[in-house]
Write a protein that binds this ligand. Structure first.
Ligand code: AMP
Ligand code: ZN
Length: 505
């Protein structure tokens, strides 16, 4: 490494600034405990496979987590699994999504939950999302939910035949996170008869008389099940304590789920006067939607695209991660065959360039660079890129600004290859694209409907090579055309030799 930088010449790293949905501004971030950030992310409702829009929410939280780690903090990150309580309607009416799925598939709720939880964890692993410090499962916390509800019930709740409801007028500034209380919007969504205010919501839903639910618990308000919003208040409090640092979710949660959590947290803490502005978490952060041509991608609409279907089409999951990183988390992102195809091509170029660098590298020091060491020792041509990258991700996780800096670093001429790889490895700690560990061959996923096996493709290419050696160009062209016809791109002069053309319809 170059010794032209001495520690006292180090650039000061950029202060971390994050958008807070509470203030609607990008504010300087500091955790409550120095150097330790506590994050809670609303997890999936496991009645179906996560669609790509849901997964965008977890690529966002992973970018947040990796950025906090990059800034030298320890992070405790909780993601919950919602296996009870989320209703098919945003109002407190309709079926529990889990009950409905179990009925439709003639399975037990527990089987449904186990299946889709496992599938979700597989998605998380495929996207190289760091597993949370802990997964909390809603049904493991029902006794704590009942205790929580018992504490807030006297001053904040009222009972109807259908359950225990939270009176949203008992807390100050209800709905502030959503930009103010919007009774008209709540009234539009099918109110439950007897509610005092349209924005009141269920804390506990009683099982209808004569109907046995698959999942129900005894409570002071009768047999039933907890409301969805209660879960997150209880689990975040149990695992992180209130207030903690950052609560995340998709932007839809900014309107109902999170304002309701905040109302419960205020009621439980009873500290609305002593601590004005107490919400349970100091930062509330929301990712924008993944949209397709039909609008917001959603599970209830059906026809959604899952990560599994993308993999079946021959698209490596990290291409979807790269697609997400190419847009700022607060912007809408359009998903289409073209956008994900372009992300796959971009990923292939990156991996090919890194492979080239690795083949020319002398040492292995790039495998685990320490940022402070890099700062002090990096080649003068690379050092500004490190600072710019740091500034980009510190500026409310501006990954679309960070990615071109990675590409710039790769393309820089006349810098030692090992140092370049060091810098790329450092960038990848924040980006999570596995740039140094995957190869282009790993990116070549066989589409589910492939007409040939990889071995058969290789055999055909060997036959083509022999034809060319015999100067039988007609046969060589015929073999190539037949391969192209069957979805195989032949790459003359490239050591990889061939690739599948993803089948994105
Ligand atoms: P759910 O499983 O419905 O509880 O949602 C899991 C996460 O995905 C939540 O944080 C949602 O806000 C988020 N989400 C749902 N649809 C989308 C979408 N189309 N784009 C981005 N995030 C979404
Ligand atoms: Zn939640």
């Amino acid at each position: 490494m170059s010794d032209q930088f001495t520690p006292d010449e180090q650039h000061v790293s950029a202060p971390l600034r994050l958008f807070n949905s509470l203030t609607r501004t990008v504010d300087p971030f500091a955790p409550i405990d120095p150097n330790h950030t506590r994050v809670y992310s609303c997890g999936p409702t496991v009645y179906n496979y996560a669609h790509l829009g849901n997964l965008r929410a977890y690529v966002f939280t992973d970018t947040l987590r990796r950025t906090l780690l990059w800034k030298g903090m320890d992070v405790t990150h909780i993601i919950n699994i919602t296996d009870v309580g989320h209703l098919t309607s945003d109002a407190d009416a309709g079926d529990d999504k889990m009950e409905a799925a179990a009925r439709a598939q003639a399975k037990s709720i527990w089987d449904i939950a186990a299946h889709y939880t496992q599938a979700f964890k597989q998605n998380i692993a495929d996207l190289n999302i760091l597993p949370p410090s802990e997964w909390t499962v809603a049904t493991d916390y029902v006794p704590q939910m009942i205790e929580f509800a018992k504490k807030i019930a006297p001053d904040h709740c009222y009972e109807l035949d259908s359950g225990l409801y939270f009176d949203s007028s008992t807390v100050p500034d209800y709905g502030a996170l959503a930009g103010g209380r919007d009774d008209a919007a709540h009234a539009r969504i099918d109110p439950v008869a007897g509610k005092r205010n349209p924005s009141d919501f269920a804390i506990w839903r009683k099982s209808p008389p004569g109907e046995q639910r698959q999942m129900e618990w005894d409570s002071p308000w009768g047999k039933g099940a907890p409301g969805w919003h209660l879960e997150c208040s209880v689990m975040s409090q149990a695992r992180l304590g209130h207030p903690f640092d950052i609560h995340t979710g998709g932007i839809d949660h900014r309107e109902i789920h999170h304002p309701n959590e905040i109302a419960q947290n205020q009621a439980y803490c009873g500290c609305t006067d002593a601590q004005p502005g107490f919400t349970g978490a100091r930062w509330w952060m929301h990712n924008n939607f993944l949209v397709d041509r039909q609008g917001k991608m959603s599970k209830s609409k059906g026809g959604f695209t899952t990560l599994f279907s993308l993999i079946d089409a021959g698209v490596h999951p990290l291409a979807y991660r790269l697609l997400c990183l190419g847009a700022h988390y607060r912007s809408e992102l359009e998903f289409s065959a073209e956008s994900v195809g372009a992300a796959l091509t971009r990923l292939k170029r990156l991996i090919m360039a890194v492979e080239g660098l690795k083949s020319r590298a002398e040492g292995v020091t790039w495998q685990s660079p320490r940022l402070d060491y890099l700062r002090a020792n990096l080649h003068p041509k690379l050092a500004p890129l490190l600072e710019q990258f740091d500034a980009a991700i510190s500026d409310d996780l501006m990954t679309p600004r960070a990615l071109p800096l990675l590409e710039e670093a790769i393309a820089l001429k006349k810098v030692p290859v090992d140092e370049k790889l060091c810098l790329i490895a450092a960038f990848d700690q924040a980006l999570g694209l596995n740039l140094l560990t995957i190869s282009r061959a790993d990116l070549r996923l066989t589409p589910k409907d492939a007409q040939m096996t990889p071995e058969a493709v290789e055999a055909e290419l060997d036959r083509r090579q022999a034809a060319r050696a015999d100067r039988n160009f007609a046969l060589s062209d015929e073999i190539r055309d037949a391969l192209v016809e069957r979805g195989v791109d032949v790459m003359d002069g490239d050591p990889l030799r061939w690739e599948w053309r993803p089948n994105l319809g």
